[in-house]
Write a protein of this length. Structure first.
Length: 541
């Protein structure tokens, strides 16, 4: 919360049906401020907390329990387990969303068709005029071609749901450890987590689908005749939105819709002796979610359908099915004890290393050529259609064979296709009004005499396992020499080799599908560093 009451939010539930069908000044009723706010003629919204949330989650109870059992009472076999509930601390990223909130900031969307070419740019206030609410556009009906017309640029906001709750994670584990002869020990276990009410950014003004059973009526006020839409097309998307006056991407809302699960089998074996330690740890796991967040911030958008997110549940962006890590250190015993030049030069050396082998990460394949979608979404968030055998998506061979722009890429483009821009009177069945799986039929069409076309969501899932990067490996190695300086002091010289064999681990960065793309599926980037050698000298006392 802001002690100066400068947090603004937007709550579509405060709008009446007339405003949702006609836009205009009634949109201002959806803007909320803390009740204690007072900025000249702009006053706070009665009953609204300084956070603008409806509840600050006062009952966040986080129990934790665990146990450990020495099975035979001899310290050689143990069973351990535990469960804990952990609440996620929300960073300031959430509040930063509200930096772009009215009346302290203004955003507008210029969309075509819909925005008048004669005056396409909004008249934004100068800094001295803030705080000020925007002038909401009014719906003016449809053009002769059938495009919705408005009195000004459509609005765009970054609000968050007012009933959002604190995200939390449940975590549990069960392991069995056993000491074996020969200084060996093993550990076998299961680890699981579940994330609930996680933050997820969604475009909640995505256009709805209309048919005779679910008509959408716009207009009927401000001397604009009512028009009932029972068909859909890319042309009239901004008339089929949940809140008229905002663009189809104009309510980029922080929600608590995120959910994740992680389940893993872990197996560890290690051996300790007087001069050697060796450990191998293997993990077989699966991470699933409907939004993996962002690598640079708390919030992220999974793409695809923004209103029916069932299809977004898939492998996490960071899922690695297999991971094996081998760690070792060895103190070379030769010449360790003694005196003279040979002892000082060849004694007290040790070597060590860490080798990692793991599955590649999934790639979210989008569709830059999937045009004219009826939902009003950017092509960068859409997925293509599967037109071939999905198991043939990845090409076999050395990744270095797919590094030249314009050549054959890692992904087989014959397996994928752009979503079809259907002509007027075409029908699509098996959907619901949000564009997800259902039982209804929708027809391409619209008002006016213009051409009406439209495409729907592609059937390629998010982060399909067939779209993984190649497996990765990393070899790190070190050599250390200890030089005693008196009885209690040592000089330690270290030589460290990261990525010892200079092995490149390739990743695909161009994952936007287009049949004519020269870069789709090309390995133009490696993850990790090339070989790095560094030397260090440490004085221990």
């Amino acid at each position: 919360m802001d002690v100066k009451d400068r947090l603004g939010n937007f709550d579509p539930s405060l709008l009446d049906a007339t405003t949702k069908a006609n836009a205009g000044a009634g949109i201002l009723n959806g803007f909320v401020l803390p009740a204690s706010a007072s900025f000249g003629s702009i006053k706070g919204t009665p009953g609204v907390d300084r956070s603008t949330l409806k509840s600050n989650s006062p009952n966040n109870w986080a129990p934790r329990a665990g146990f450990a059992w020495d099975v035979f009472g001899n310290g050689k076999t143990s069973v351990r387990g535990g469960y804990g509930l952990y609440y996620v601390r929300i960073s300031n990223q959430m509040l930063l969303q509200l930096i772009t909130a009215a009346p302290f900031f203004q955003l507008s969307s210029v969309v075509l068709p819909g925005t008048s070419p004669s005056n396409p740019f909004p008249n934004l206030p100068v800094p001295s005029q803030f705080p000020v609410f925007p002038t909401p556009p009014t719906f003016l009906g449809f053009s002769a071609a059938g495009s919705p017309r408005f009195s000004g640029p459509l609005l765009s906001l970054n609000p968050f749901e007012r009933n959002i709750r604190t995200p939390y994670v449940g975590s549990w584990n069960f392991t069995v450890q056993r000491e074996l002869p020969g200084h060996f020990s093993i550990e076998v276990g299961y680890i699981g987590t579940q994330g609930v009410k996680l933050l997820q950014s969604r475009q909640l003004n995505q256009a709805l689908l209309a048919n005779a059973n679910n008509p959408i009526t716009v207009g009927g006020a401000n001397s604009v005749p009512a028009t009932t839409l029972t068909t859909v097309s890319s042309r009239d998307a901004n008339a089929r939105v949940p809140v008229l006056g905002f663009s189809t991407t104009g309510l980029n809302t922080v929600t608590g819709n995120g959910h994740s699960t992680y389940n893993a089998f872990v197996f560890t074996v290690n051996r300790r002796s007087g001069n050697m330690f060796w450990q191998s740890a293997y993990t077989y796991s699966k991470a699933i979610d409907n939004n993996s967040g962002s690598t640079t911030q708390d919030l992220g958008n999974s793409g695809g359908n923004q209103l029916d997110t069932r299809g977004d549940r898939a492998l996490s962006n960071f899922d690695r099915t297999h991971r094996l890590q081998v760690t070792y250190t060895y103190d070379i015993p030769a010449f360790r004890h003694g005196s003279g030049v040979v002892h000082h030069v060849l004694g007290n050396w040790s070597i060590g290393g860490d080798s990692t082998f793991q599955s590649g990460l999934p790639n979210p394949i989008t569709c830059s050529s999937c045009l004219s979608n009826v939902f009003g979404l950017s092509t960068s968030t859409l997925f293509p259609d599967v037109v071939g055998n999905l198991n043939s998506l990845r090409s076999s061979g050395d990744p270095q064979n797919f590094t030249v722009t314009g050549s054959t890429g890692y992904f087989n483009t014959a397996v994928l296709g752009s979503t079809t821009a259907l002509a007027a009177n075409s029908t699509v069945s098996g959907l619901n009004i949000f564009g997800g799986a259902g039982s209804q039929t929708f027809t391409i069409g619209g008002p006016g005499t213009g051409s009406h076309v439209g495409s729907f969501f592609g059937n390629l899932g998010r982060n399909v396992p067939q779209g993984r990067d190649p497996r990765a490996q990393q070899w790190d190695f070190n050599v250390m020499k200890k030089i005693p300086v008196g009885e209690k002091r040592d000089l330690v010289f270290r030589s460290e080799f990261f990525n010892l064999f200079n092995h490149p681990n390739f990743v695909v960065t161009h994952t936007a599908f287009s049949p004519t793309s020269s870069t789709f599926g090309i390995f133009d980037t490696t993850t990790g560093n090339p070989r790095i050698i560094q030397f260090g000298l440490q004085f221990q006392f």
